[in-house]
Ligand binder design. Sequence first.
Ligand code: TRP
Ligand code: ZN
Length: 881
Amino acid sequence: MQSKTAPAIRLEDYQPPAYRIETVDLDIRLDPKATIVAAELSVVRQPDTAGHVPLVLDGDNLKLLSLEQNGKTVPEDHYKTSKTALELAAPEEDRFTLTITTEVNPDANTQLMGLYRSSGTYCTQCEADGFRRITYFPDRPDVLSVYTVRLEAPKTSCPVLLANGNLKETGEIAGTGNHFAIWHDPHPKPAYLFALVAGDLAKVPDSFITASGNAVELNIYVEHGKEDLCDWAMDSLKRSMRWDEDAFGREYDLDVFNIVAVSDFNMGAMENKGLNIFNDKYVLADPETATDQDYANIEAVIAHEYFHNWTGNRITCRDWFQLCLKEGLTVFRDQEFSADMRSRPVKRISDVKLLKMHQFPEDAGPLAHPVRPRAYQEINNFYTATVYEKGAEIIRMLKTYLGAEDFRSGLDLYFDRHDGEATTIEAFLTCFEDATGTDLDQFSLWYEQAGTPLVTADTKYDPDQQTLTVSLSQEIPPLPGQKTARPSVVPLRFGLIGANGQDLEISECDGADVSGGVLVLNKARQKVTFKQIPDAPVLSLLRDFSAPVRLTQTLPSEDLVFLARHDTDPYNRWQAVQTLATQTLIARTEAVQQGTSHTDTDSLIDVLRSIVDDQQLDPALKAQALTLPTEADIAQEIGKNVDPDAIHKARNNLRSDIGSGLSQHFRMIAEEFSAMGKFTPDAESAGKRALSNRALHYYALSGDPSASALVSDRFAAANNMTDRLAALTILVHEAMNGSAEALAAFRDRHQSSALAMDKWFMTQATAPQDETLDAISELMANPLYDATNPNRVRAVLHSFATGNPTQFARPDGKGFELIAESVLEIDKRNPQVASRLLTSFRSWRALEKHRSALAESALLRISSSEELSRDCRDIVDRTLQ
Ligand code: TRP
Ligand code: ZN
């Protein structure tokens, strides 16, 4: 705990380690309150280390029981310990063995970092720096060691003993009731990939044969009684393993791959070598408790963690500044996997929506940072949308820029050249330069510069010359602490659409490389002229969202309507609808604020009608097109002086107008798809449900007197969680008759499933009504509320702060106060969960004066606490600066 800001850790200060640890032999005797960890380290001095320096090992919250060097107790004047380290006086030898025995208390570990217990099961989380809470060690990702782990525990309470790698030996210890297991991981790894699990868990077994014919044992471990909820995760795992072979030539490399699901976990999941540990919400699913979104998330997270085996584990990061080396690349890989398993355009649209919802605001506010940061106070605060999602966009751009084949050969070289190493972004990019002969110097700016580039495009058609001139510019809006940004390489996928809706062939063009349908913008200003264009086309720019930029294109609304109807690129067709809707919503927000009547929206409704009527269009895409930008999207677009209530009113008005304008369409769709029969989680059925539920929601807003009954019937008749939750959300969020009864029925039905009940809590926390604040106090007093369970805390508080803009930013300040108080309370137990919640204030300066003053005083209250964790101190300082 600290009240002053610690000095930052800087990329430029990187020094290679003075000592390496070749092997680690751990002998761990598990006990709930006094686990004994004996660690035998083979230490090797690095030849290039100037002089003999002390060996400094990281440590946190450890009780040192004994310390031996080459089998002899180290005299007390040869070492010292502090709160954060064990320092051994410079040893004489170049190689020696250090045996460290420490004691740790898993039950007292409320941070969920290091060794802790979740529902009685021992488990670990070591990324980024949790291993130092298990034993003293150089806890940095560039120290790679071969681990052998012996676990010992009572056989009855802990029948399952797991660690990384392959199982070598098991046995019983006569007369003690204890048993043991020895695991060996032949692949050298950094400490953050260490894991163990011990407890009484059920095993769901399966198997996989790799492309080269090796048999791999697959297991998912879950609480007893939850075995039937693992089918989808197992199926996703097998598909991931096959896909990585087919798409990237990557095979699995151990005899066994274990997954363990736990209920208390700070993040989504963790890629520990051969022993992935998951937040159970990304493993467990059946139609009764999981939504289509849950199924998609499970598939993606299982794939993500599995793909880390190569991008993260076999090749890891030299230091934590390189986090995007593994995360950006692995997110890109999991996105591509999901795109291949499902509908590629639908997947792309939902990824871009997520990017705009999480990463764009981060990049536009006080927490903005480069994809590769240059300094940090607390690394756990840098597992951000920027590192993950923008990091993935950079990889996607690299592929667009180089072309698929060259991209693949660069990646092959990377796997070849750096296997077994801890490396850097520079080394990664060099592989693509070497494999393709392309200079990526300017491209690499994407890793260095924070902020979302603003790209503008102006088109002029000259009928006499038969030319189309596009004037482009790019700029990164000024950010505090960042020198003026330099122009980057922006690959803009595009098409010129003729009056018949078809893309024109491009024969001649000046001013840019436009090969392969990609226009490369690499200057601050660039004029591009297309020749031999007989009629004025419509420019469809940034197709497939080929670069993470904000695009301002001066398009008359007839052209937007044209794109919304005809663009052959599904992403841009969707984007055109969104742009039309955003323009309407901003105009309506202004009208609400000025008390004037709003502008006409017939053209938007016509476009939506044509989309609904389009027989060719995938239902999932229709559902996406019918979903209006969120209130947060609109706030972001408005950018300053934001009044959440005005946005909420404007959006509600528009939803009702759409609902009544197309009420019979919506009624028909809602009825047509209801009672689809047996639930299957495939993308096609999910798309139909999404459309049907979207239609049901609009119909509920249409004013039709029979709508309310239709929603209640749907809730009662639903045979799966997707439909049940959709109906419940409509009833609760639109404050319809029957909402209280539906909530009670839902609770009675799902009390015993924590994951289903998270949805019950979340639905209420996000209801956009004044009563929600009091409802939250009641929810937090509910016996089912558990302040120590991160999923439950997120379901109530995080969803309130991020998914309920009018109530979080209440003009009486009580929404901000609730979150500030909760942050301080949670911070005492779990700083990571607290600091995440605290980031929900990041856009406070964009609010109108009154609300931003309220937010500032809530932040100052947090900041004035004497006992803030480093995690929260870092976020609150940056948010206020
Ligand atoms: N490496 C994990 C992933 O992206 C992220 C992660 C899991 C994590 N648990 C964590 C990061 C705890 C920080 C702290 O898949
Ligand atoms: Zn990851």
